[in-house]
Design a protein around this ligand. Structure first.
Ligand SMILES: [Mn+2]
Length: 245
């Protein structure tokens, strides 16, 4: 069983270099993978499956071809693309999955999440999340004209950038108590998430057990992925095949 896990690509029309790096990764693993997990923030923003950007259309086509070559593809929502629907997932030859998601990775029971729910110190964000993850809010939002959705997206993005300036390094990272709570609640030896853009492998010591927490990297200047094969885990990065300035 060969599994690849990625997150936080933040794909958008304005960053064709990231799309190219993603396609580079797909080229390299096409026909050689059993599973591909995309653990959130695949796209920088998502305004509805009826409002596909050129990048989203191109990505669906390529990912669909990749899945046809034999890999099961799973997409989890992140804090930016939580409105991706089954229709788009299907166009990608993928299946939408929801956190907490449990599966076997490298022979171990593993928990997969995006990671934003671990940042409990970010109270402003947790309030925003509560609002936008409400199904009624989402249905109302998706029924709005596209121009209104674009305006909301722009506003949310600049608000979050402005808020981030006032937030410390610690606030934007995971809350250690929340990590321990999640690990001891689910009792899994492996926990994989993204979101914080701080790729690393951590050992979480619990009362009667331990859990390895793997944080996936974001694709701002490099591509990051976790390769799980047999009982081995490798957190790897690569330079973008071509850098745009
Ligand atoms: Mn995120």
């Amino acid at each position: 069983m060969r599994t690849l896990l990625i997150s936080d690509l933040h794909l958008e029309d304005q960053r064709p270099d990231i799309t190219r790096a993603f396609f580079h990764l797909l080229d390299r693993f096409e026909g050689k993978l059993d599973q591909l997990f995309i653990l959130g923030d695949f796209f920088e923003i998502w305004l509805g499956d009826d409002a596909l950007t050129a990048t989203a259309t191109e990505v669906a086509k390529r990912l669909h071809q990749f899945s046809q070559a034999g890999a099961a593809v799973y997409i989890m929502h992140g804090n930016r693309d939580f409105l991706i629907g089954d229709q788009y997932a299907e166009a990608c030859g993928a299946q939408l999955i929801h956190e907490p998601y449990f599966t076997d990775i490298a022979g171990h029971p593993a928990l997969l999440m995006h990671g934003d729910t671990l940042c409990t110190d970010d109270v402003l964000y947790m309030d925003f999340r509560k609002m936008v993850r409400n199904p009624e809010w989402q249905a109302a939002f998706l029924s709005k004209p596209l121009a209104d959705r674009i305006a909301f997206g722009k506003q949310a993005r600049s608000q979050s950038q402005a808020d981030a300036k006032d937030k410390s390094y610690e606030i934007l990272d995971v809350n250690p108590e929340e990590v321990e709570r999640v690990c001891s609640h689910y009792q899994v030896p492996l926990f994989i998430h993204g979101h914080t853009h701080r790729p690393a492998r951590h050992q979480v010591e619990l009362e009667n057990s331990r859990c390895e927490r793997v944080v996936l990297g974001d694709w701002h200047t490099k591509g990051w992925y976790l390769l799980a094969e047999e009982n081995r885990l490798d957190l790897r990065s690569f330079d973008f095949p071509d850098q745009l300035t």
